[in-house]
Design a protein. Structure first.
Length: 102
């Protein structure tokens, strides 16, 4: 028996976790991220985005009609949603801004 295959090492998301999410019908990158935690670690998806997209593509190709079964659900075919702050900030900058300092 082979060891577990890691897709997102920051959040310890395995191939089995991703395959389970795909079986449950999570067929876009944002849904996959929210269900598994993939791409939410320190690298923000820089390491796992490409492998995850390959797995999503394969799942969609295996059953093309599957992605169309939930028309009310929004579909995203772009990378993860960016969450501010985009660049790391020192906490002192935020504290001074709250006090009204420039």
């Amino acid at each position: 028996m082979a060891g577990k295959i890691i897709v997102c090492r920051c959040e310890d998301v395995t191939l089995a976790d991703v395959e389970d999410a795909l079986r449950r019908g999570y067929l876009d990158i944002e849904e996959l991220k929210r269900y598994t935690g993939l791409g939410t670690g320190p690298c923000q998806g820089r390491e796992c985005l490409v492998p995850a997209c390959h797995l999503l593509r394969a799942a969609r190709q295996a059953d093309p009609g599957r992605a169309l079964r939930q028309p009310e659900a929004p579909r995203h075919d772009h990378p993860f949603t960016v969450r501010p702050p985009i660049h790391p900030l020192e906490l002192g900058l935020l504290a001074r801004a709250q006090e009204g300092e420039p």
